[in-house]
Design a protein around this ligand. Structure first.
Ligand SMILES: Cc1ncc(C[n+]2csc(CCOP(=O)(O)OP(=O)(O)O)c2C)c(N)n1
Ligand code: SF4
Length: 295
């Protein structure tokens, strides 16, 4: 989406509906948004048909608001629960075939770099653990080895949620699911370790218990991908349906899993680290001491 598509011709604004005026004046485009603003504008994510209480929705909503440049971002998703929200956001969305996301993103990112030489266009893959660690595994790994400059976000609910509860490579060993009634026999895949081996520039693991942290992680991942190389964010986005987590307890589960085995962690290559330190120094000079985060 280009800002040009919402800009109003001089003299016409007062004749437009109030909500269109709001979109131009206070909408999410053309400026940095804070997570505390979620709910004060509706155009980033309006509505979605996901299950009540689904933590994946919460994560995606925060991640979309945190994108450094909404109007210059394309999201690639695929089959799986996440696309039910992703296809309803105000960010252009491409529905890749299941397993193809990182191949589609590679071509798109390269094409955008040729077409828009002077304007950064960000590409972000957001897909489930089945889509990325199982069926799309090869395309993910090769995009990382090729150092493609886009961000891969895994919505890790540790199950195939959309198809009713099959185990994925990211399911914990021993987990019993509707379609894995004997319990998973193998360990959860170490995708963060594989990302490191493949030379991914920035790798982070996060749980949506702290919206500011999610936002800062996504922003960092997208900006580092823009300038340095591939980035990977692995987010625990529990499936309350397949793991039978009572809706009011979804965040209790998230906090417990975070404490037990999914604590926030991040890794930078040397190049990514020095780029990020430079970025934060510059930003502090413009915005003051708190420039790098919303805390
Ligand atoms: C090539 C292909 N194989 C299988 C499917 C069927 N399918 C749709 S969604 C899905 C599982 C989604 O699981 P995951 O990627 O973990 O996302 P979640 O729904 O858990 O968020 C599968 C196997 C498909 N759409 N295309
Ligand atoms: S099936 Fe699970 S992951 Fe999918 S929308 Fe429902 S709670 Fe969320």
């Amino acid at each position: 989406m280009s800002l040009e598509t919402i800009r109003v011709a001089p003299g016409f604004k007062e004749y437009l509906p109030r909500e269109y005026q709001d979109l131009v004046d206070d909408g999410p485009f053309g400026r940095e948004r804070k997570v505390s603003e979620v709910g004060s504008f509706k155009e980033a994510v309006e509505e979605h048909p996901m299950c009540a209480g689904c933590a994946m929705t919460l994560f995606i909503r925060t991640a979309i608001v945190a994108l450094p440049s909404l109007e210059n971002t394309v999201i690639i998703g695929t089959a799986g629960c996440g696309r039910l929200v992703l296809s309803q956001t105000a960010v252009p969305f491409i529905y890749g075939n299941y397993g193809d996301t990182n191949a589609v993103a590679s071509g798109l990112k390269r094409g955008l770099a040729i077409r828009f030489k002077d304007k950064p266009k960000d590409v972000v893959v957001m897909a489930g653990d089945g889509g990325l660690a199982d069926i799309g595994f090869s395309a993910v790994m090769h995009s990382w080895f090729r150092k493609e400059r886009f961000t891969t976000v895994m919505l890790d609910n540790e199950v195939y949620g959309n198809t009713g509860g099959q185990e994925s490579g990211m399911t914990q060993r021993g987990a019993i699911l509707k379609m894995a009634p004997l319990g998973k026999k193998f360990e959860k895949m170490d995708m963060m370790g594989l990302a490191k081996t493949a030379g991914v520039a920035y790798i982070a693991r996060v749980v949506p218990t702290n919206a500011t942290r999610v936002a800062n992680t996504i922003r960092k991942a997208v900006l580092i991908a823009r300038e340095v190389g591939p980035t990977y964010v692995q987010a625990y986005t529990s499936c309350n349906i397949e793991y039978a987590i009572p809706t009011p307890k979804v965040m209790d589960d998230a906090r417990m899993i975070e404490q037990q085995r999914y604590g926030f962690s991040e890794y930078f290559t040397d190049e990514a680290k020095s780029y990020w330190e430079h970025y934060e120094r510059e930003r502090r000079q413009v915005k003051g001491p708190d420039g790098e985060s919303e805390d």
